[in-house]
Design a protein. Structure first.
Length: 582
């Protein structure tokens, strides 16, 4: 893998990323949209019903705040016609909250956060920025809180306010700092098997051009969440549009999962056939919502078809995944995934304690230097020189940004990664780091999907930013995910306030399994990225494969902003250790 290819990855906000992200660039997804759908876990109980509820405003006396927590889906709260609003419930005592269920009227929020407080005065974000949808929406959360607030900032209907039939808070589904432990979606009933993996199919058309290369039929059945089928841009942006899979033999179909691109069907049918010519409907809707739809169906046939009759956008139809479950057929077993770790994970599989003598460069058995000029407007040149990355003799790695000329740049720094030497899928990944303070400085500890090194372009490989800090405000940090449908400034993540991180070392960690990724700072959860949430509201989850680790200190750029006369040089990012546990 050449340095030039690696530099093409970019990371964090950039004005334009990759041309193939056609629908993301059309603004079909807003920055930091997150939410989840589904029913609250059976073990959960409602703890908000009938509890004191207040709001920033009410539209009129017939829509009070209390109507959102009265358990009556025929009454509702509605706000004044303004963007900045809130609704909160007092649970009466500190409670281990596990989820929040919202039943929106048509006036839903297109941007909001769920917030927690123990005193009703000081609130912290329990989620990243969420996007609502008309109807039910359930959000997985975790924490001990007495007050739960919806902080509403953007309206779906700009001439009105916000309106909720119900605002329910649940407890009992999980411990305060542990993500849900169940599967991301309910397992198929009756011993159902995935029948569609790597099976042949056909479609009304398929796209294979510079904007989607290739988006052919087989991409819907390959279990690769970063590839997709799409109807042709030249002939296929019409109704109807369809795709079917040949299961190889007659099957009893019990479940269909559709992971949509933003070009989804609002009206479609699921059909079965014995011969790919005579079709029987087993599911039909005129209210498709896109993202991930899990359909419990019942039908018999060798062929299963999605038959779309109305599109959500002026474009065609596109599916990342079209998965069929049931019995019979002629299934091909997909590759086995590693088992989920049990946290706290204790088996160390990689570490670097940086205990070598002062002036020693990081071990090339563990780390690869990544020289070159990066994207994102950064102004440094990454070198392989020891003065940009070396041990300090006190058990720490020093990544140093210097004001010195190199390769046409006036500043140098270092970026190093474990690509080709160590990768990991699932486990606890952590580093103890002291970040520098100064305008324009940008330290980071992050991971890239290892398939980037074999040619898959960013962001289709996936990026996990465990820690990013901006030197202009070292009392804030960021943890973020980047993927085809959420990347750059629209990445899925969380900004969180904390103590001044430049004053001491702090431990950033990601605890990662097949259900999601929990981000922690000094042992406290700061963000949980649920796979189910992402699939239901943002797009495919592309983080179930190996990743490699990266450390770097950038200077300037689109995200941190410019340096100025107050920026200290040399600036030093100190790394006490990097450890990975399974």
């Amino acid at each position: 893998m050449s340095p030039d290819v690696f530099r093409s990855s970019g990371r964090r906000p950039a004005p334009v990323r990759i041309a193939a992200l056609t629908f993301a660039l059309l603004g079909l997804l807003a920055a930091y949209l997150v939410a989840t759908v589904g029913n609250a876990a059976a073990a959960e109980v409602v703890v908000s019903q009938g509890k004191p509820t207040t709001a920033s405003s009410v539209e009129w006396e017939g829509t009070p705040a209390s109507a959102a927590t009265d358990g009556n889906t025929g009454t509702r709260w509605s706000s004044a016609f303004a963007a900045a609003q809130w609704l909160q419930v007092d649970l009466g005592t500190t409670t281990a909250v596990s989820s929040v269920k919202l039943t929106w009227e048509a006036a839903y929020a297109t941007a909001f956060t769920v917030q927690f407080s123990t005193n009703g005065t000081t609130f912290t974000n329990a989620t990243g920025t969420l996007r609502g949808n008309a109807g039910e929406q359930t959000i997985t959360v975790a924490g001990n809180t007495r007050y739960v607030r919806l902080n509403l900032t953007e309206r779906a209907l700009a001439i009105y306010g916000y309106s909720l039939w119900e605002f329910q808070v649940f407890a009992g589904g999980s411990t305060p700092t542990t993500p849900p432990t169940g599967p991301t979606t309910p397992p198929p009933a009756g011993g159902a098997t995935l029948l569609s993996y790597n099976k042949p199919g056909a479609a009304s058309s398929e796209q294979n051009d510079v904007n989607c290369n290739p988006c052919t039929v087989g991409k819907a059945f390959d279990l690769d969440p970063a590839t997709r089928w799409a109807t042709s841009s030249t002939t296929g942006w019409v109704d109807p549009g369809w795709i079917y899979v040949d299961l190889g033999a007659t099957a009893q179909v019990s479940r269909v999962e559709l992971q949509w691109d933003p070009a989804y069907a609002t009206s479609y049918k699921i059909q079965v056939s014995p011969n790919a010519s005579t079709w029987t409907d087993i599911y039909s809707t005129t209210t498709g919502k896109g993202f991930k739809e899990v359909l419990n169906v019942s039908g018999t046939g060798r062929y299963v078809r999605m038959y779309g009759t109305a599109r959500a956008t002026p474009y065609g139809y596109s599916l990342y995944d079209f998965n069929v479950y049931g019995t019979g057929g002629a299934p091909t077993a997909p590759p086995a995934q590693p088992a989920d770790p049990v946290f706290p994970a204790s088996r160390m599989v990689f570490n670097d304690e940086f205990n070598e003598p002062a002036g020693t460069r990081p071990s090339t058995a563990k780390w690869t230097y990544d020289p070159g000029v990066p994207q994102n407007g950064e102004i440094q040149y990454y070198t392989e020189n020891s003065n940009n990355a070396q041990m300090n003799g006190q058990g720490q790695l020093v990544i140093e940004a210097r004001k010195e000329a190199s390769n046409g740049r006036e500043y140098t720094s270092a970026r190093m990664n474990t690509g080709g030497k160590f990768t990991v899928q699932y486990g606890r990944v952590e580093a103890r780091v002291k970040v520098p303070k100064g305008n324009g400085l940008w330290p980071a500890f992050w991971m890239m999907g290892a398939d980037f090194l074999t040619g898959r372009p960013w962001p289709y490989n996936g990026e996990i930013d465990i820690m990013e800090v901006l030197g202009r405000n070292t009392s804030e940090a960021y943890s973020t995910l980047h993927a085809p449908q959420y990347n750059g400034a629209g990445g899925y993540g969380q900004k969180y306030a904390t103590a001044d991180l430049s004053q001491d070392f702090h431990v950033w960690a990601a605890e990662w399994d097949s259900k999601g990724i929990k981000f922690l700072l000094d042992g406290q959860q700061v963000f949980y990225a649920s796979k189910a949430t992402v699939e239901a509201t943002r797009g495919p989850w592309i983080f179930d494969h190996p990743f490699y680790l990266i450390l770097n200190l950038a200077v300037g750029g689109d995200f941190p902003g410019p340096i100025d006369a107050s920026t200290p040089f040399p600036a030093r990012m100190l790394v006490d250790y990097v450890r990975v546990y399974k």
